[in-house]
Each structure stands twice: as structure tokens, then as C-alpha cells.
Design a protein around this ligand. Sequence first.
Ligand SMILES: [Zn+2]
Length: 90
Amino acid sequence: MTIRKKYRALIITWFVLGIAFIVASTKIHGIFIIALLILFFLLGALSRSLKCPNCGKKVLHNNVKILGIEMKVWTSWIPAECQKCGLVIE
Ligand SMILES: [Zn+2]
């Protein structure tokens, strides 16, 4: 499975299970909000652990230029190429 497919699967899981837990928390029991929080932290940790297969750099932790200042931030997208080694990320 490629990094992009893994990331897409995580986002789809977040939407599908997230909506399911929100609906369940209003219709069934409020305890499902806890499940939603667990899902939030679990998927967050999983997506932060996605690494470049070549150099091991975390693909969502990137240099981004904001108002002319370059900063290292967690992004919600995967760049076309790894910023460290230049490998095309599939
Ligand atoms: Zn790399």
C-alpha cells in the first residue's frame, strides 16, 4: 500500500467512523463521544507516523512558506516529493 493510499484510507475512516460516532452519541448514548475522541487521537498518531520510504522523514511534517517566513509545520497534505531526499511520494 502506498503512503497516499494509506493517508486516504485514514481520512475516509475518520469521516465514516466520525459521523457514525457522532450520530451514535446523539441517538444511542453520549459515551460514543469518548469513542470519537479515541478515534481522533488514534488516527492523528497513525497519520503522523507516515514516513518517507527512502529517508524516514515524516511526510506530513513539512516546511511551508507563510508570509515569506519558512516554517516547519504539520500539514494536512502530502507534498509531491519528499522535502529531504526528493523521492517522488506515491
Ligand atoms: Zn525522503
